[in-house]
Design a protein around this ligand. Structure first.
Ligand SMILES: Nc1ncnc2c1ncn2[C@@H]1O[C@H](COP(=O)(O)OP(=O)(O)OP(=O)(O)O)[C@@H](O)[C@H]1O
Length: 952
């Protein structure tokens, strides 16, 4: 094992668009040797940096990928194939070209593909070109360290893997998946798969900035089929995260946290490098970060390591470039001690065994000789110095076993092969590598114990971390759920608010309705009360009217009587003053008396001319009187007719008033009827009462009218009688005229007095009869007249009363109080109508809202049902998947058991962690695979298919 320095190469990328936009200058200069680069930086004032930074190689801008590979990596691949460990690091600020260098811009492009594809190709090429008796197994793993957690990029769900170290296995990542590959394409596919799971983000410096340290591990196991000797080489291909300053990348928030942790990891790397290059340092802080722990063997351990530092040539990134160059310079002086991770073949082991057996026999011989010599000495004898017993080494030339030195086994020895025996290693001079600084001062047992304990703690830590992660995840989920619930709660509370607002509104409306109902009930009650009051008032009014009437009646009876007497007196006085009958009657009486005296004297001859003249005059006066009386009677008749007309007028007026009253009443009743039921009822009652009153009054009036008509009829009859009397009076008058003429002729012609007396007698008798008749007629006329006058007066009084009553009724109905009440009732009616309308509106609105709410409820129920159905479906699927998974797991277990059984039966076949090994044989020959499968390099099965197959 030879000590070798880490190879550090420095690569500059061309300036990028940001730098060009910033007008950056190129601040680097390259020497022809291509080993030194000079940086024009204000930060370099003096010292060796002024003369430039010297590396194993400096690649200026524009260097091809192939050149970098050829110089920096090609040899490492050879070494790994020979059983060495190898590491290629890419270090540099973000956007400096680490990924470009490691992976390349395009895997399929010969120019642009990076180191890893080239390595892969070379591996398989080398295998093909190797000896036919060499059999290879190539497997790959891919992981990233992100925020100090190791994540398996090929099984991303395993995101908290632990670094373990064991005496026989060395440092390794526990539970990291690995996949056998048989071609470069398979490797690319796996790289692509893993790359997709990487954490990248966009920074100011790089649109796709790697935020994690990625480690691609290729493990190549080689077996010599002739000797059975085995070697294993591990190649770590590390693309570090950007070593930039936080501010420049524009990292913030989560990215800022990332940057801090990334820088912590990188600073741990720096510290390890510092410690490794500091002779005084007693402790190398590998355990300070996952990165340095995994790369423990690569830095100062069993590995051939190349560090590629990537830099920008632009002044814009001058300070980052300076720190990168300084990092590279420090790392340059790290010394590694690479050795082949070999396992002896059975033949070699046999030889060693034979050697050991010979040595053992020699030792036993020596012991026996020494014991014999000792017995001589104890017996008090002496032994000649020439016969001293010789040590076995002296005799057999076998060197004593070497001192055991604690070793740090390599990851490869570990994972793939039977552990290397330190005793045997000692024989092969494999233990001379420097002791791992971390375990300085510990003896072997203590170290073993320490590692065991460390692993246990690490596992516990991992478990706790996993539990913590699970708890955090749970907390996060719960938080999310909580947030969701809060959101839902907020939305539902909003909905609730809206609904409660609606509810409140509805309640208010209901309350309002209740209130309105109550109010309307109160209003109705008030109306009823008012109605009752009105009724009471009406009753009082009626009473008052009745009282008034009765008082009027009393007064009016007296008045009437008085007026009647007055009128009668007036009428009679008129008759008297006119002397209609009494005076003329007297005159007639005088005439009759004179006639009687003429008759009683029986001496017609004594009747003088003077007497005759007087008789004539008296007759003439009687005639005038009769004419006058007739005129007066005619006048009276006219007056009567006038009275009848006036009565008719009054009747028609009464009828009109009645009609008007009826109309008003009907109108009022109609209005009242439309108000409300109670009001209508009260109004109907009122109406009925009014109607009853009216009917009663109308009946009374009609009765009165009928009476009047009857009286009129009687009056007409009386008039007719009077006319007949007048006619008879006229006849008397004619008789008187004739008697007078006869008397005059007798007197004048000297007729016989006896005849004349007889004629006079007849005349007188006729006159007496007529006078008696006239007297009777006159008396009956006077009676009739008196009766009529009385009737007319009564009629007039009745009419006045009716008028008064009607006016009272009208007045009462139109009284202010009544009007007020009517107005109040109307107002109430209006309000009630309004309230009713509002109620109807609110009712329809409520119905509408209820409909909407019902629809919403239905929709919600439907959604809940859908969700429940989905949930059930998901449950069903989950249980199906679980069953499937269990079946797959069982199948994998079965295969694992099978593989184990095969392993135990076939010692020449390797298998890792239950995965199917696929031997690749050099020289193009097919190897006997441990399991049936495609041939070596040429036959390539898709690893992902296999992965899928393996996983079920
Ligand atoms: N030598 C080069 N020649 C041409 N282009 C390059 C070179 N190096 C890097 N680039 C380009 O610069 C950009 C950034 O490169 P890259 O992604 O490799 O940076 P990085 O160091 O990996 O960044 P990060 O640390 O952020 O992941 C890419 O577009 C890449 O193609």
């Amino acid at each position: 094992m030879a000590s070798n320095n880490i190879k550090v190469i420095c690569r500059f990328r061309p300036t990028n668009s940001i730098e060009q936009r910033e007008g950056s200058e190129i601040v680097v200069a390259f020497e022809d040797s291509l080993q030194t680069v000079q940086l024009r930086s204000a930060q370099i004032s003096s010292g060796p940096e002024k003369d430039g930074f010297t590396f194993d190689r400096v690649f200026p801008m524009g260097t091809k990928q192939q050149e970098v590979f050829d110089y920096g990596v090609k040899d490492i691949v050879k070494d790994v194939l020979d059983g060495y460990n190898g590491t290629v690091f890419a270090y540099g600020q973000t956007g400096s070209g680490k990924t470009f260098t490691m992976m390349g811009a395009d895997i399929d492009s010969d120019d642009l593909k990076g180191i890893i594809p080239r390595i892969t190709e070379q591996i398989f090429q080398s295998i093909v070109e190797s000896d036919a008796h060499l059999e290879y197994f190539v497997k790959v793993s891919y992981m990233e360290i992100y925020l100090e957690r190791i994540r398996d990029l090929l099984q991303p769900q395993n995101d908290n893997l632990q670094v373990h170290e064991e005496k026989n296995k060395g440092v390794y990542v526990k539970n990291l998946s690995d996949y056998y590959v048989s071609s470069a394409r398979e490797v690319y596919e796996i790289m692509r798969q893993g790359g997709a799971a990487r954490v990248v983000t966009s920074t100011n410096m790089n649109a796709e900035s790697s935020r994690s340290h990625s480690i691609f591990l290729i493990t190549i196991s080689q077996r010599n089929t002739e000797t059975g000797a085995q070697k294993t080489g591990n190649l770590y291909l590390v693309d570090l995260a950007g070593s930039e300053k936080v501010g420049k990348t524009g990292a913030s928030g989560q990215t800022l946290e990332e940057a801090k942790k990334i820088n912590k990891s990188l600073s741990a790397l720096g510290m390890v490098i510092n410690a490794l290059t500091d002779n005084k340092a007693k402790h190398i802080p590998y355990r300070d970060s996952k990165l340095t722990r995994i790369l423990q063997e690569s830095l100062g351990g069993n590995s051939r390591t190349t560090l590629i530092i990537n830099c920008s040539p632009a002044s814009y990134n001058e300070s980052e470039t300076l720190s990168t160059l300084r990092f590279g310079i420090r790392a340059k002086s790290i010394k590694n001690a690479a050795r082949v991770n070999a396992e002896l073949s059975p033949l070699e082991l046999k030889k060693l065994l034979q050697k050991a057996q010979v040595a053992n026999a020699s030792y036993q011989k020596t012991i026996a000789a020494l014991e014999a010599e000792l017995a001589v000495w104890r017996a008090g004898g002496s032994v000649d110095p020439s016969e001293f017993a010789q040590t076995s080494g002296d005799k057999a030339g076998v060197t004593p076993p070497p001192k055991k030195t604690p070793t740090s086994p390599t990851p490869s020895s570990v994972r793939s092969m039977t552990p290397v025996n330190p005793a045997i290693e000692g024989l092969k001079d494999l233990d001379s590598r420097p002791q791992t600084p971390t375990v300085v001062g510990l003896d072997k047992d203590e170290r073993e114990e320490f590692l065991k304990r460390e692993n246990e703690l690490s596992d516990q830590l991992a478990e706790r971390e996993s539990a913590l992660i699970a708890a955090e995840k749970l907390v996060k989920e719960l938080k999310e759920e909580l947030a969701f619930l809060k959101e839902q709660e907020a939305s539902s509370s909003q909905e609730n608010k809206a609904m409660s607002a609606q509810l409140n509104e509805l309640r208010l409306q209901v309350e309002k309705l209740d209130y309105d109902n109550k109010e309307s009930v109160i209003t109705v009650d008030i109306l009823k009360e008012q109605n009752v009051d009105a009724k009471a008032e009406l009753e009082e009014l009626r009473k008052t009217i009745a009282e008034l009437k009765s008082s009027q009646k009393d007064a009016s009876t007296e008045d009437k009587e008085k007026r009647k007497q007055e009128k009668m007196a007036l009428m009679m006085a008129q008759f008297d003053t006119q002397g209609t009958f009494s005076e003329k009657d007297e005159q007639l009486r005088q005439i009759l008396a004179k006639l009687d005296s003429v008759d009683s004297d029986a001496h017609v001859s004594t009747l003088t001319a003077e007497d005759i003249t007087q008789v004539r005059r008296q007759l003439a006066e009687g005639q005038a009187l009769i004419r006058d009386t007739v005129d007066r009677l005619r006048q009276k008749q006219e007056e009567n007719e006038l009275t009848v007309r006036r009565k008719e007028e009054l009747e028609s007026r009464l009828a009109a008033l009645e009609a008007e009253y009826e109309e008003l009443l009907e109108k009022t009743i109609h209005e009242e009827e439309t108000s409300n039921v109670d009001l209508a009822e009260s109004m109907t009652a009122l109406k009925n009462k009014l109607e009853a009153q009216y009917a009663a009054k109308r009946d009374a009036h009609l009765g009165e009218v009928a009476d009047l008509k009857q009286q009129l009829e009687l009056k007409s009859n009386e008039l007719r009688n009077m006319n007949a009397s007048i006619d008879s009076l006229k006849g008397i008058n004619e008789e008187l005229k004739r008697a007078f003429a006869v008397t005059s002729a007798g007197i004048e012609g000297g007729k016989n007095l006896a005849e004349s007396a007889q004629d006079l007698e007849r005349t007188r008798k006729a006159i007496n009869v007529q006078l008696a008749e006239f007297d009777g007629v006159k008396k009956s006329l006077m009676r009739d007249l008196q009766n009529r006058c009385e009737k007319v007066v009564e009629l007039e009084i009745q009419l006045d009363e009716i008028k008064e009553q009607y006016n009272n009724v009208i007045r009462n109905s139109n009284s202010k109080a009544q009007q007020k009440k009517m107005a109040f009732l109307e107002r109430n009616l209006e309000q009630l109508t309004l309230v009713q309308k509002q109620l109807v509106d609110q009712n329809s609105a409520l119905k509408k809202e209820a409909g909407i709410a019902e629809r919403k409820l239905l929709a919600r129920n439907e959604r809940i049902q859908n969700l429940e159905a989905l949930l059930q479906d998901a449950d069903r699927r989950l249980s199906l998947q679980n069953q499937k998974f269990e079946a797959q797991l069982q199948a994998v277990k079965d295969r694992l058991d099978q593989a184990r059984a095969q392993k135990s039966s076939t010692t020449s076949t390797l298998s890792f962690a239950g995965r199917i090994a696929k031997p690749l044989r050099g020289g193009g020959g097919a190897a006997s695979a441990s399991v049936a499968g495609p041939g070596p390099v040429a036959a390539s099965a898709n690893p992902l298919n296999r992965l899928q197959n393996e996983e079920g």
